[in-house]
Write a protein that binds this ligand. Structure first.
Ligand SMILES: C[S@@+](CC[C@H](N)C(=O)[O-])C[C@H]1O[C@@H](n2cnc3c(N)ncnc32)[C@H](O)[C@@H]1O
Length: 367
């Protein structure tokens, strides 16, 4: 198959230029043309594809394989926030064995370690997969972290959406084989180096600190179809990790960038978000996501603003009543707003807005 490959540009012969065990894991092989020098990637799915130079990428976004993050300086990252492929046959991970997944994760974690500062943190969002048997992928990540001498700060249990637990419960009402249905994911929080770091200004509110340090987080997942990526983070997950573990101006790395939620949230929180995504097909999704408003899902953040605006009673209004109130007060845009935007809108309609942190973002996005 390989000897019959011809350059798509000049029809010249192409030859393989990389030959690492990693190529076999990803199923992606690099070739160049002997005649015109064009570089290609050969994958089973897409055949021979030119490796393009990306000149107009959004700030912080890199298209490439995060097992080698050449564009990122060693010892420069304050926090890693990421969600790896889960090895559950999403479109970006077909055909991986658990062994291959292990190779990918240990390799990317090693590369992250190189890029992380001496004292820094890492948050890995992960799940267990399958049922017979259940495979605790988090165990694998913890094992790799130990090899890097990272220590654990804790585990966050993210409760996604109580109303939507599946009905795949196995032997219904019989003890023969009841199956546990997950409505949670976890976030493993690691420390590289010293636990206590010199930090001065994260910008977190007192109410948020209380809510976020509680290791059970309650907020919804984003719909894959809304974002255009099969497994996006909700903004809130990244927002909490970033506000808890970094200062304004710090650098946050996501080696499995996907739709670039991490970069988006960092832009709003005045951090430097950077990341690698291997699949260039997600670029339009990334560009779109970076233009969207920050979606906040936190009672504490909401309460902060309502207390600031001296309207704590509004917290008791349902989202649909809040929408009706905003429309009654003359808002024409309330129809398409999420709860947090509605809270801001309501305050704006009732008072002069005090343009604090998130209100400022909302204001900027809507003018
Ligand atoms: C679970 S998704 C991450 C989604 C992301 N958190 C978001 O908010 O959209 C994992 C992503 O990692 C990417 N990926 C897989 N292997 C990679 C590699 N070696 N280097 C860079 N990205 C990779 C996949 O294409 C996929 O988009």
């Amino acid at each position: 198959m390989m000897s019959s490959l011809l350059c798509k540009k000049c029809n010249g012969d192409v030859q393989r230029v990389s030959d690492t065990s990693w190529d076999d894991v990803t199923g992606q092989f690099k070739f160049n043309c002997k005649e015109c020098g064009t570089l290609f990637l050969l994958t089973e799915k897409k055949g021979l594809q030119e490796i393009k130079e990306y000149k107009d990428l959004p700030e912080g976004v890199h298209i490439g394989d995060s097992t080698e993050m050449k564009d990122i300086q060693d010892n420069s990252v304050d926090l890693v926030v990421t969600s790896s492929p889960y090895n559950v046959d999403k479109e970006y991970e077909t055909g991986m064995t658990l062994r291959e997944w292990d190779d990918l994760l240990s390799s990317v974690m090693g590369e992250c370690d190189k890029k992380m500062k001496k004292d820094s943190r890492a948050c890995f969002n992960i799940v267990g997969i399958n049922r017979k048997p259940y495979v605790p992928l988090f165990n694998h990540i913890i094992n790799f972290s130990e090899k890097l001498s990272w220590q654990m700060r804790g585990i966050v249990l993210w409760m996604k959406n109580v109303a939507k637990v599946s009905t795949g419960w196995g032997s219904h009402m019989s003890a023969s084989d009841p199956v546990l249905r997950d409505n949670h994911e976890i976030i493993l929080v690691f420390q590289k180096g010293n636990f206590t770091e010199e930090k001065k200004n994260s910008g977190i509110f007192s109410e948020e600190f209380t809510e976020f340090t509680n290791a059970e987080w309650y907020f919804g997942a984003d719909k894959a179809s809304d974002v255009g990526h099969p497994a996006p983070f909700p903004d809130e997950l990244v927002r909490r990790c970033v506000l808890l573990y970094t200062d304004i101006g710090d650098t946050v790395l996501d080696p499995f960038l996907g739709s670039a939620t991490t970069v988006k949230v960092c832009n709003y929180l005045k951090r430097k978000g950077i990341g690698y995504e291997i699949n260039e097909d997600y670029l339009p999704v990334i560009r779109k996501r970076l233009q969207e408003p920050l979606v906040i899902q936190s009672k504490a953040t909401e309460m902060h603003y309502l207390l600031e605006a001296k309207m704590p009673d509004v917290a008791d209004l349902s989202t649909s009543n809040l929408k009706k109130e905003c429309e009654r007060l003359g808002s024409t845009r309330a129809k398409n707003m999420n709860r947090f935007q509605l809270v801001n809108e309501y305050i704006r309609l009732k008072n002069q807005p005090s343009l604090t942190k998130y209100m400022m973002f909302d204001y900027i996005k809507n003018v």
